[in-house]
Design a binder for this molecule. Sequence first.
Ligand SMILES: [Zn+2]
Length: 304
Amino acid sequence: MLAGAALLTSTACGAGSAETGGGAGGGKPAVVAAFYPLQWLSEQVGGPDAAVSVLTAPGVEPHDLELGAHQMAELGDASLIVYIKGVQPAVDEAVDADKAFDAATAVKTLPAGHEEAGHDEAGHEGEAEEHDHEVSYDPHLWLDPARLATVATRLGERLAAADPAHAQGYKDRAATTAASLGALDKEFTQGLASCRSRTLVTAHEAFGYLADRYRLKQVGITLDPDAEPSPARLAEVARLAKTEKVTTVFTESLVNPKVAQVLASEVGARTAVLDPLESKPSGDYLSAMRANLTTLRTALGCGA
Ligand SMILES: [Zn+2]
């Protein structure tokens, strides 16, 4: 019975499952990361001791990922699944809690729509209706390097427990990764210390943690990258952008920039791409975040 199931799995999955499936032979633990920043983190911490794969292919917007037979088999074979509850409903439903590491449990999360609720007395209660995530917090925590450093440490502990023979390696690499993220955090703190504007008008509300960490204010056109903004929301964002003398409306490579472009021309701003790192960038997490910092410093008029 079990052998039959294993056979079916490897047939469905092709040759790849033999390499990554943590089955017989005591191979490396198979770590399945839900989407890019978690893949990067798992590779940094797992190093040569873990076989890391990713569920969301490069160039695919992760929020609406649907899982095929191959990916279900990958999840079934995984030693550890690294994900963030609330980003991908399909993954939330498919993971086996016993072998899953939810990065959102490692850090203090922010409520969804935090920017409006917390710092902007105008408020946008109506927007919650557009939000189809199943959690009440904002899941985009990887855009705060300091929080991601904490996740790295917890992931190292989790991998060390799952694969005790290589515990020291996981812990050492987690410490190195947390240190790189700490250095990145310092660069952001210094780079965004003194800016003419602190308002980020973004295509979708992915940058709440970055805004919170570095004292910026995010005004997102939509909460969900697939949602069409309502005319009322667009008018509201345009009004805010004018009041705050916003020079740049940020777009993303995986979201159609049309709405942002229309808004930008309406308020006399330009557009620039800010990468929410929901998919693999051309470099890696660190280099893409440094490119984001350069983009932010230019757009917000930040001094040395
Ligand atoms: Zn997102």
